[in-house]
Write a protein that binds this ligand. Structure first.
Ligand SMILES: [Zn+2]
Length: 280
């Protein structure tokens, strides 16, 4: 519920605390944000043309993740010990990973941040202790400074400055990023966007002034997928932005069933630096 995470949220205009009045959130300065019927709230600073993943991509993701094909990734996230504070998922999508962490940690509440309304409609009901918030990952996050004990960032964009600001000094950031081997079998047969080699190194380099790498594991796993699940896997990723569902289905149907696909990701845990450019 949104009410569970209110103490961790701030007004995107003035940074003030938010209270709930009826079906709105409001700060002391009178900035007001309507809670959507589906339970999420938009804390956008300004209107944005970026609306994130489409409804079709979200449906594909729910079907694929719901089947448990990324359980290996979930297990890695559960192994990370949070610091004091809430659990934040930046680019949370349907809240799949955050809900799993909250299931395992009964004393925590979680905030799902995403830019896509169709994702947040699902995230808002993914877990009883989860609040879903629409925001732009490239703007200041509507989250209180130092309030997150754990920040998840799974196949999603990241803004090092803001992640560092919202994380508790003893908190941890965990980033899941694909390697160049991820979904390799589909890359070669289906028109998928490829991952640049060495992406894992790039993530750490970009986070470097703000975070120190604590631990990195390479997790590889084999998925045995029906045509339906393989199509969902392609349809939930960036390929779906430039290829329609019928084309994806036709390309997947040309593959032998079941489709064997390699999952290959790095799961990297970072600690926030105590001193950073510009101060905390
Ligand atoms: Zn305000």
């Amino acid at each position: 519920m949104l009410a569970d995470v209110l103490p961790y949220l701030v007004c995107p205009h003035c940074g003030g605390a938010l209270g709930q009045i009826g079906s709105s959130l409001r700060c002391a300065d009178g900035h007001t944000f309507d809670v959507a019927r589906q339970g999420y709230v938009s804390l956008l600073r300004a209107a944005t043309s970026f609306t994130g993943d489409t409804g079709a991509m979200i449906e594909a993701r729910a079907a694929f993740l719901g089947a448990g094909h990324y359980a290996s990734i979930v297990r890695e996230l559960l192994a990370v010990e949070p610091g004091p504070g809430c659990v934040l998922d930046v680019g949370a999508g349907i809240g799949h990973y955050l809900a799993a962490v909250l299931d395992a940690r009964a004393d925590r509440v979680g905030i799902a941040l995403d830019a896509a309304k169709p994702a947040l409609r699902r995230a808002a009901r993914a877990h009883a202790r989860l609040g879903a918030v629409l925001c732009d990952a490239w703007q200041p996050l509507p989250v209180r400074t130092g309030s997150a004990g754990l920040a998840l960032n799974v196949f999603a964009p990241r803004n090092p400055v803001e992640l560092h600001r919202v994380l508790h000094p003893s908190g941890r950031l965990v980033v899941v990023a694909p390697t160049e081997r991820h979904l390799g079998e589909l890359m070669s047969t289906v028109d998928m966007l490829t991952v640049a080699a060495g992406k894992g190194e790039q993530v750490s380099t970009r986070l470097a002034p703000y975070f120190t790498e604590e631990n990195r594991v390479l997790r590889e796993f084999t998925m045995t997928l029906s045509h339906r699940d393989a199509a969902a896997l392609v349809g939930m990723g960036p390929t779906a932005f430039h290829t329609d569902a019928d084309t994806i289905t036709a390309q997947v149907l040309a593959l032998p069933e079941p489709v064997t696909v390699t999952g290959s990701v790095t799961v990297t845990t970072y600690l926030p630096e105590s001193t950073v450019p510009g101060g905390r």
